[in-house]
Write a protein that binds this ligand. Structure first.
Ligand code: PXG
Ligand code: PLP
Length: 450
């Protein structure tokens, strides 16, 4: 399959691949895609440029990550300068200045008390690292029996074995064998009967946090290391926490000495109009996992932010002994650290988290303008996130939403779909006019869908 790229700016042999076969694409219907590829060749601000030269409004910040908008000069230049100055530094038993600076800045943005950062290269690695840290924490505290992990149905925690074990998306789990032992799941909180077209957080469902008490009774607290949840479940189709739910999880974890992990890979760095979902909801976990917006997607990076209690628990014993036998070749990579520092500067200088918060009511109104359009069975929004749930075509789950994705792309708008739910999460620099454009395009698409 060859692509004729009128824009070939860089190396034309890269922009005109003549064989799409070798690349095994992630989370993609490879054969379908390769018959009719959708290539992005450029990006700036709120827009991508497609290989056929069209401007595509980015309704998803890439994959929920480009929070600062594309090709921000400050970030681009920081990475360019870094690659010249220090391309790589060993991550183990060596350091470089920017990774320490970034850890300080991330700790300053995190809720009070969460003050140490372990860097990874993705959200999946952040999750697996957090789960290992949680189990090891209890071990060094003398409670080696606390190894059980509790996730939630419909949860997405990346694709490592740890992440899919605590995750609750069946397609991501069922092909991969027995996964990690000793994991259990809370029920998800999605319920259209009670909560369809709620404004704000759903009123129904807070009691589902009490299921954690049931799991504690079943397994005994002395076997449970940690509970991990997304404050707002993103990947499964935007599920907001019911009123009181996260607070209740915190209380139950405290009562039983269980660590609470918020997976903020999506909700971190301004997506909800605050630094983290923890701040937005006023609930402080023991550990936050983050990625995506940390570097605005420019260089891969994730992180595990832990509280002092956890970090200090490891800082015992002889000082020449490694405290945590865990890390990646690219933990705190210089390019990622430089991108992260520049990204946090852009967020601060432009007040992008506050901007997202200020735009949220306008965004919510735009989301709700879709009410009554064909197939729409629920609308959910928080911060600059929206979930638009469609009635599936009988016998063909996912087909309707995927058709909406294809038609939106043809109409110049990038959206994301999961099952029959459309998820939107634009860069935080989006203008009101672009919000109008997004929802105008979507309304048109919805009206023409099969
Ligand atoms: N935790 C959460 C809560 C996530 O949303 C990950 C972990 C894994 O991060 P990495 O960097 O390993 O992908 C995620 C990632 C989508 C979509 O369209 C969502 C994610 C990734 C790609 C697509 O919903 N979330
Ligand atoms: N596999 C082999 C053979 C390795 O040598 C290493 C790292 O040295 C890894 C996997 C892990 O790679 P990374 O540290 O990039 O996660």
């Amino acid at each position: 399959m060859s692509l004729n790229d009128p824009l070939a700016g860089g190396n034309p042999s890269y922009n005109n691949p003549n064989d799409l076969e070798a690349f095994w694409m992630p989370f993609t219907a490879n054969r379908q895609f390769k018959q009719k590829p959708r290539m992005l060749v450029r990006a700036e601000g709120m827009h991508y440029t497609s290989h056929d030269g069209r401007r595509i409004l980015d309704g998803t910040a890439g994959l929920w990550c480009v929070n600062a908008g594309h090709a921000r000069p400050k970030i681009v230049e920081a990475v360019q300068q870094q690659v010249r100055e220090l391309d790589y530094a060993p991550a183990f038993q060596m350091g470089h200045p920017k990774v320490f600076a970034l850890a300080n800045q991330v700790a300053a943005l995190a809720p009070e008390g969460l003050d140490h950062v372990f860097f990874t290269n993705s959200g999946s690695e952040a999750v697996d690292s957090a789960l290992k840290i949680a189990i090891a924490y209890h071990n060094v505290q003398g409670e080696a029996g606390r190894t059980r992990l509790i996730g939630r149905e419909r949860g997405y925690h990346g694709v490592g074995f740890g992440g899919i074990s605590v995750g609750g998306i069946v397609a991501n789990r069922r092909f991969f064998g027995p996964l990690i032992n000793g994991v259990d799941h809370l029920p998800h909180t999605h319920n259209l009967e009670h909560n369809a077209f709620s404004h704000g957080l759903p009123a129904w469902g807070g009691h589902l946090a009490d299921e954690l008490e049931r799991l504690v009774t079943l397994h005994d607290a002395s076997t449970i290391a940690a509970v991990i949840v997304e404050p707002v479940a993103g990947s499964t189709g935007v599920l907001l926490p019911p009123v009181g739910y996260l607070q209740r999880l915190r209380e139950i974890c405290d009562k039983h000495g269980i660590l609470l992990i918020f997976d903020e890979v999506i909700t971190g760095f301004g997506r909800l109009g605050s630094s983290f979902g923890a701040e937005h909801f006023g609930v402080t976990p023991d550990i936050i996992t983050c990625a995506k917006g940390l570097t605005s997607g420019v260089v891969p990076m994730g992180g595990v932010i832990v509280n002092k209690k956890i970090y200090d628990a490891f800082m015992h014993g002889p000082e020449n002994v490694i405290e945590l036998f865990h890390g990646y070749t690219y933990s705190g990579h210089p390019l990622a650290a430089a991108a992260g520092l520049a990204t946090l500067d852009v967020y601060a200088e432009e007040g992008l988290f506050a901007r997202a918060a200020a735009l949220a009511p306008y965004w919510e109104e735009a989301v709700n303008s879709l009410k009554g359009l064909p197939h729409v069975i629920d609308l959910r929004s928080i911060g600059l996130i929206a979930g638009i749930e469609l009635e599936p075509i009988a016998g063909k789950p996912t087909a309707r939403a995927f058709e909406a994705f294809l038609r939106s792309y043809d109409a110049g708008l990038l959206i994301r779909t999961t099952g029959d739910i459309i998820a939107l999460s634009p860069p935080l620099v989006i203008e009101k006019g672009q919000i109008d454009e997004m929802f105008g395009t979507l309304a048109t698409v919805l009206k023409t869908l099969p």
